[in-house]
Ligand binder design. Structure first.
Ligand SMILES: Cc1ncc(COP(=O)(O)O)c(C=O)c1O
Length: 396
């Protein structure tokens, strides 16, 4: 018996092989430096953990409304307001992480054969979710000469009558680039009269180091109507394992996504929702985000500085916690007699010879790159980049 065509169409993650290997080596006592992390290396702050304990003690252990409790929706609306966005609770759907929000968004906007524009480099989940919804991912490669950002001109050349949605991720995983307010508003002005949804993944919006991040939804009422803002507590409050994300959209779409979710998963975890209210509303939240921001900014500066001194060619990151390094200059060369033909090969050589994990970017639509996460200590950054430098120097 065959598995469904839908399941067959989903690509396996190339990154799993390397991160699984790194974990196994760490468990076996090896001094592994892992640049693979997709989550902050911070524990969830105590005040949020305490709220979860309170939820348990109070018996907040039953089903909630499928699309989230009124309290979380209110807290999300207030958080949005603080970021200059105005939404009502009936526009919010609280889900099992931002990834689940993206799933809901694609399933509720895309019909069979519809095209969805995804700028590359992209987070590897987007095209798979578009395919799951029956859509066609249309990859729009951001050009080096444009700082790896797409432009309105690029969009003009990519849109077809079948375009149903465009995905924007700002700040971007994996490239770390950040579109400025002016750039985002240029897209908005162009898209305002088009029948195209904008799925705006803003999960890293608290981690932008040089530029203010502005949501495209704030451009005008027309743009807001067709935008689905996606965010959550995973990255900003170090709550990746709690699985709480949310979307903000027009009420009709929110209702559809809530209905879909009610059948697929019911409500997100009741205790995590309770803790999310605390995350957003308690005064400790601002302090935590400020410290997270400060630590990541310092590490970003360190990464850029050391990689620069090594002569590595990078996409200079302005946000999130990743740096992409162009390794194509090593293709066709050899390390220890082994032929290098891809970023994946480089990642395998690094794990096997230097006990270090990096993410090859073939599944991010950027074959020439590896991605280094700086969600690790400064000591590990220095140690890891030293190993990387040694590796690069031995390639002939
Ligand atoms: C760009 C982007 N969007 C969404 C997510 C998913 O976040 P969550 O853990 O809340 O599902 C991630 C996680 O790595 C991400 O990098």
């Amino acid at each position: 018996m065959e598995i469904s065509k839908r399941a067959q169409g989903i690509a396996p993650s190339l990154t799993l092989e390397i991160t699984a290997k790194a974990k196994a080596m760490k468990a076996a006592g090896k001094d592994v430096v892992s640049f693979g992390a997709g989550e902050p290396d911070f524990n969830t702050p105590d005040y949020i953990v305490e709220a979860a304990k309170e939820a348990l003690a109070k018996g907040v252990t039953r089903y909630t409304a499928a699309s989230g409790t009124p309290e979380v929706k209110k807290a999300v609306c207030e958080a949005l307001k603080a970021d200059g966005m105005s939404y009502e609770p009936n526009q919010i759907v609280v889900s099992n992480g931002a990834k689940h929000c993206l799933t809901n968004a694609f399933l509720c906007t895309v019909n069979e054969g519809d095209e969805v524009i995804i700028p590359a480099p992209f987070w590897l989940t987007y095209p798979e979710l578009v395919k799951l919804a029956g859509g066609i991912p249309v990859i729009l490669k951001a050009k080096k000469e444009n700082g790896y950002k797409i432009t309105v001109e690029d969009l003009k050349n990519t849109i077809t009558p079948k375009t149903k949605a465009i995905l924007l991720c700002n700040p971007c995983n994996p490239s770390g680039i950040v579109y400025s307010k002016e750039e985002i508003f240029e897209f908005a002005a162009f898209l305002e009269d088009k029948d195209i949804y904008i799925i705006s993944d803003e999960i890293y919006n608290k981690l932008s180091y040089d530029t203010e991040v502005v949501s495209i939804s704030t451009y005008s009422e027309k743009i807001k109507e067709k935008t689905i803002v996606i965010n959550g507590v995973s990255k900003s409050y170090a709550m990746t394992g709690w699985r709480i994300g949310w979307s903000a959209s027009n009420p009709k779409l929110a209702k559809a996504m809530g209905s879909l979710q009610s059948h697929c998963t019911s409500n997100p975890n009741s205790i995590a929702q309770y803790a999310t209210v605390a995350a957003y509303t308690k005064p400790e939240g601002k302090e935590f985000i400020d410290s997270l921001y400060g630590v990541f900014k310092e590490r970003r500066d360190l990464m850029v500085d050391v990689l620069g001194k090594m002569g590595a060619e990078i996409i200079k990151p302005q946000g999130a916690f990743y740096v992409m390094v162009d390794v194509s200059r090593y293709f066709g060369k050899k390390f220890n007699g082994e032929h290098i033909d891809s970023a994946h090969k480089i990642a395998m050589l690094l794990i096997d010879n230097y006990d270090m994990a990096v993410i090859p970017c073939e599944s991010f639509g950027a074959d020439n790159f590896i991605r280094l996460s700086y969600a690790i200590s400064k000591e590990d950054i220095v140690k890891g980049l030293d190993r990387l430098d040694d590796f690069f120097n031995k390639i002939a």
